[in-house]
Design a binder for this molecule. Sequence first.
Ligand SMILES: Cc1cc2nc3c(=O)[nH]c(=O)nc-3n(C[C@H](O)[C@H](O)[C@H](O)COP(=O)(O)O)c2cc1C
Length: 140
Amino acid sequence: MNMNQVIYCSKTRKGNTRRLAAAVAGAIGERPQDISEAGEVRGVDTLFIGASVYAGKINPKLREFLEGIGAGEVKQAVVFGSAAGEKSARDEIAEILAPNGITVSEKYFLCKGSFLLSNKGRPNADDLAKAEAFASEIIG
Ligand SMILES: Cc1cc2nc3c(=O)[nH]c(=O)nc-3n(C[C@H](O)[C@H](O)[C@H](O)COP(=O)(O)O)c2cc1C
C-alpha cells in the first residue's frame, strides 16, 4: 500500500496552487493539505508539493515547512505549480530537501497562473486536466 501525500502553499486570493492541488490530489485519491494545516510528513512514498514562485522564490512559509521534514520520511518528492512566466519551484525545492536526503523528481508540472492582468483564468480546465494526468502518471 503506497502512502502518498499532497501538500501545497498558495499565496494569492485566487488560490491557483490550491486549485492545482485539488486536481492532483483528486487524481490519486488523496486530500490536498494546506501547509498551514498539514500535520507532520512521515513515511510518505510520494510527496506532491504544490508551490509557485513570487519574485522568483517560493513562499518562505513553505521553505520553513520543507526544512522541517525529517530525513528519510519521504521516498520521492514531486513539485507542481503555476507561474506568470516559465519558472518552476522544482530546483529551489530540490536544494532545500537535499540535506534531508529527499530526492525531488526531475519531472515537474508547471502551467500558467493568472497574475495581475496576465494569464486570465489560468489554471483553466485544460491545465487542471493536465495536472491530473501528470499525477496519475507519476503514481503509475
Ligand atoms: C507578489 C508576486 C510575485 C510574483 N513573482 C513571480 C515571478 O517572479 N515569476 C513568475 O513566473 N510568476 C510570479 N508571480 C506569479 C505567480 O507565481 C502566479 O500568479 C501563481 O499562479 C500564484 O499562485 P497562488 O495563487 O497559489 O499564490 C508572482 C505573483 C505574485 C503575487
